[in-house]
Design a protein around this ligand. Structure first.
Ligand SMILES: C[S@@+](CC[C@H](N)C(=O)[O-])C[C@H]1O[C@@H](n2cnc3c(N)ncnc32)[C@H](O)[C@@H]1O
Length: 180
């Protein structure tokens, strides 16, 4: 039988095409835009190990919890609870699972387990009936930030350049639509 999930984080880095790292300047830009220091309990759900989301949060003395499917506890996003009083979830999730991730993010909002979120997603996240229906339902507090240039993600030998946007929910500092 084929093994679907590799045993170690290192093995996953080599074979998982979704394992790409977000450049520091992208992290710094969104932290500035949302005013990261205003948040008191931040969850970085796909961002343990080599993540600039985590390193930058540490530099800024932000109170955060970084989890990852390969950390000591095997913190699968779909079954891991946010930290107490989580007022922001921010991450670059695996794009291939975006439908399920977006759905769970709104479920966490509905249950009051997170107050706001910002997800870095491919621009094509705005397509498809399934996602459009979800976004439409929450449109009163959604902000979309579109990148004018493609992001060159790190960690792959071949280039992984993608047209991307941030899909944010309930972040007061952001206008409904903007470009960076
Ligand atoms: C697009 S990468 C982001 C990597 C990096 N943290 C960053 O943003 O710079 C998404 C990461 O999520 C991890 N991942 C995939 N499925 C997951 C799950 N269900 N729960 C938690 N982490 C998961 C992958 O192993 C991968 O490292």
């Amino acid at each position: 039988m084929n093994q679907l999930i590799p045993i170690t984080y290192e093995e996953n880095c080599l074979i998982d095409k979704n394992h790409v790292a977000t450049p520091r300047k992208v992290v710094e830009q969104i932290y500035n835009l949302i005013g990261i220091s205003d948040f008191k309990s931040v969850w970085l759900p796909f961002n343990n190990y080599d993540s600039e989301f985590k390193y930058k949060a540490e530099e800024l003395n932000i109170k955060y919890k970084a989890t990852h499917i390969f950390d000591d506890l095997g913190n699968d996003f779909f079954i891991t609870n946010p930290p107490d009083n989580c007022d922001l979830m921010i991450s670059n999730p695996p794009f291939e699972q975006q439908n399920e991730i977006i759905k769970r993010s709104f479920d966490l909002i509905d249950k009051g387990q997170i107050k706001s979120f910002a997800l870095l997603l491919p621009l094509s996240t705005l397509e498809t009936k399934y996602r459009a229906n979800l976004y439409e339902k929450y449109k009163d507090k959604i902000s979309i930030i579109i990148f004018k240039d493609r992001i060159k993600f790190l960690g792959k030998t071949t280039a992984f350049n993608k047209a991307c946007c941030w899909v944010c929910y309930n972040i007061e500092k952001l206008p409904p639509l903007s470009w960076v």
